[in-house]
Write a protein of this length. Structure first.
Length: 324
């Protein structure tokens, strides 16, 4: 009945797809970001299973854990209870998928271990920098996904291979594969460049007297920058969050539209705080996320408008942040 899995191109999406591929015997996969769904750039049918992404115009099964996505369903007049699949406000979409299928069948133990890592990785739920930097099978695989291939087809091929391996083998065995180790080594080599790039582009808003939110402004680059924003905590260990803002690129061409990504730091983990990044994105009506991380897009018709909107949206984010 189901012929294809369309999933988010991150670690949570990979694990979600691996469980679905195992249970539903699917080998056809497609990896996309949320905008591909919201902008209707991908055609879906009742034969598709969609994971960790906004609900498309049509699909057979839908799994997700982002509050804004279910609110969007209600706005469209769609009753979430009538959608086939499962939605729950859990740490990861893979946890939603795992709970859904484990209710009707016995899943191999290897999936529980994958989901445990996805829960932590997707929420950045580490207790300290040492725990974050500890090399685990999940962290190795996640790192390889941050290595961008020049050709999109190569990236799709690699991620498809990961899912097909993970559906049949434990995470530690997949992390030890030669191609995975080679890509992870490349990712490690890129980290020093990323840290220097963060050093060159980080600042705080003048009103942010306690320097709570690191802002990584990458809009000066004419080629699409590749960065892991969490590395900012090496340079600013006392910060409570980080915002990455950059231009969107279409077919390698820089546009005036802005992409924002925000996440909470390790300093808030384990504390009773009220910060909610996803809620900030929803209040501003630019995107979605969950408490620990979120992303959004700001449309701009000109460079001048982009500069003005960039300054405005960063200040609005900070103002909402202070009220939470």
């Amino acid at each position: 009945m189901y012929e294809r899995i369309i999933t988010h191109n991150d670690f949570d999406g990979i694990v979600s797809a691996a469980i679905c591929a195992h249970v539903l015997s699917i080998r056809s996969l497609r990896f996309v970001g949320p905008r591909a769904i919201t902008e209707s750039r991908i055609f879906t049918t009742r034969n598709d299973v969609v994971c960790d992404l906004p609900y498309p115009l049509e699909c057979g099964l839908w799994f997700d854990h982002h509050e804004g996505n279910v609110e969007e369903l209600k706005y469209r007049g769609v009753d979430p209870e009538q959608v086939e699949g499962a939605f729950a406000l859990l740490p990861s979409c893979s946890r939603v998928v795992y709970n859904y299928f484990s209710g009707t069948q016995n899943l191999p133990d290897r999936f529980e271990k994958m989901v445990q890592e996805a829960d932590v990785i997707d929420t950045f739920g580490y207790q300290n920098i040492e725990e974050w930097r500890k090399e685990t099978p999940g962290k190795i695989v996640e790192g390889t996904l941050k290595v961008e291939d020049r050709k999109a087809k190569e990236q799709q091929r690699y991620m498809t291979g990961l899912v097909l391996q993970l559906k049949d083998r434990p995470l530690d065995q997949v992390a030890a594969l030669a191609e995975v180790r080679e890509r992870y080594k490349k990712f490690q080599e890129e980290e020093s460049r990323m840290i220097q790039q963060i050093h060159d582009n980080a600042h705080f808003l003048p009103e942010d007297e306690h320097q709570e939110l690191v802002i990584l402004d990458l809009t000066r680059y004419n080629r699409k920058p590749s960065l892991v924003k969490h590395l900012a905590y090496f340079l600013f260990p006392e910060a409570l969050g980080v915002i990455e803002i950059k231009n969107l690129f279409q077919r390698e061409i820089k546009t005036n539209n802005l992409s924002l990504s925000m996440s909470l730091s390790l300093n808030l983990n384990g504390s009773d705080h009220k910060k909610d990044v996803g809620e900030i994105m929803r209040i501003l009506n630019i995107g979605d996320g969950h408490k620990g991380a979120g992303a959004g897009v700001v449309r701009c018709s000109s460079k001048d408008e982009m500069v003005k909107r960039k300054e405005s949206i960063l200040r609005q984010i900070y103002q909402i942040w202070r009220t939470q």
